[in-house]
Ligand binder design. Sequence first.
Ligand code: AFD
Ligand code: MN
Length: 397
Amino acid sequence: MSTGTTSSQQARREAALAALAAQTIELPSWAFGNSGTRFKVFAQQGVPRDPFEKIADAAQVHRFTGVAPRVSLHIPWDLVDDFGALAAHATEHGVRIGAINSNVFQDDDYMLGSLTHPDARVRAKAVAHHVQCIDVMRATGSTDLKIWLPDGLNYPGQDDLRARQDRLAEGLAEIYAALDPAHRILLEYKFFEPAFYATDVPDWGTSLLHCLALGERATVVLDTGHHAPGTNIEFIVAQLLRQGRLGAFDFNSRFYADDDLMVGAADPFQLFRIMHEIVGADALRPDSGVNFMLDQCHNIEPKIPGQIRSVMNVQEATAKALLVDRDALAAAQQAGDVLGANGVLMDAYNTDVRPLLAELRASHGLDPDPMRAYAASGWAETIVAERVGGAQAGWGA
Ligand code: AFD
Ligand code: MN
C-alpha cells in the first residue's frame, strides 16, 4: 500500500531531483585546519596556513559536489587584514562567505564567561568582539552572526544562575541593536562542555526565549551533537519550524557528547528523520531561512574527502526524505494505521538513493562519484607539495 502508482513514484522522483538541485550546504572553515581532542591536535600534511587556503580547500568540496557554495568563518581564527580581499578570493574560487562565528572561548578574560561574566568590563569586551564580527559581515557580505557561548559554571554556587541570564539578555540586546537590517543572529545551544555543572544556553528553550525577546531576526541554531543521548531531535526541529525560529543547523555526528564526527556517520536514520520534518514543513527551499551548515572536524581522516562524504550523507538523507509518499503517509495516519504509516516512512528510508544522486550530478556536469573524482583530481598531492613552511591553521586548543 505504500508503494503508490508508478506515475506518482515518478513524480516524486522528479520533484526530488528539482529540490536536490536547489539544496545548499555550508562548510565550516575550521574543518580544513588541524584539529584533535583536548588531548592532542594532530597535524596533517597539506593543511591550510591561512583563511585563503582554507577557502581554496572548501571550494574543492563545492567543485565535486556542486552543493556547497558557502564557507563559514570563525573570528578570531580567521582574522585577516582585508576581508574584502578574502571575499573576492572566495568568489574567484566559486564560493562565498557564509556565517560569521564569534569565538569567545580562547581568551583568558573569558575563563568565567563572556556575555554572562560577573565583571562588566569582560562583558563589554565580549559585546565589542561581536560588533567586530558584524563589521566582518559587512566586509564579506555575510548575513548570519552565529553565537555559541562557552559560558557556564562548574560548581553550584559559583555564580548566580538567574543573574547570568539577565546579563546574557542585556549583552545579546546590545549585539542585536548593532546588526544591519539584512543581518540576523543565530543563537546556538549546547547542554554541557566546556562547563560541566550549568551552561548558560543549554537547550533550545533557553535559546528560543532569548530570541523571542530580541526580535524577529534572532533564530536558534540546532547543532545535532549538542543533545543528551536519546533526545528526539526531530521534535525540536518541528517545534522550532512551527515558530519560524529555526535559523540553522550545525550538522555533525555524536556517539557520546560533542564528538564532531561526520554528519550521518553515527545515525543516518536520525538525519533522515530530521530531514523528513524539514521537507514536511517545506523548509528545504533556499529562501526558507534555514541555513544547513556542517560543524565538524576531521581529526584522523583526510579533511577534504571528509567534508565531501559529509555533504553526500546530507544529500542522501534529504533524497530519502523527499521520496516519502506523503499522501500515503497522511492517509495511513488519518486512518490510525500505525504499521502502515511507519511502513511508508521506512520504505523511503530503505530506498537506495545513490543512483538518483548520481543522475543529479551527471545532469549538472559533475562526476557521479565525488569521492573518486576528488581523489583523481590531484588536489591532495598538490597541496602537500606546495604548502611547505609556515604555520598550519588549527584550533589552537
Ligand atoms: C562548539 C559549537 C560551535 C562552535 C565550535 C567551535 O558547536 O558551533 O563554533 O564548537 O569550535 O562546540
Ligand atoms: Mn556547533
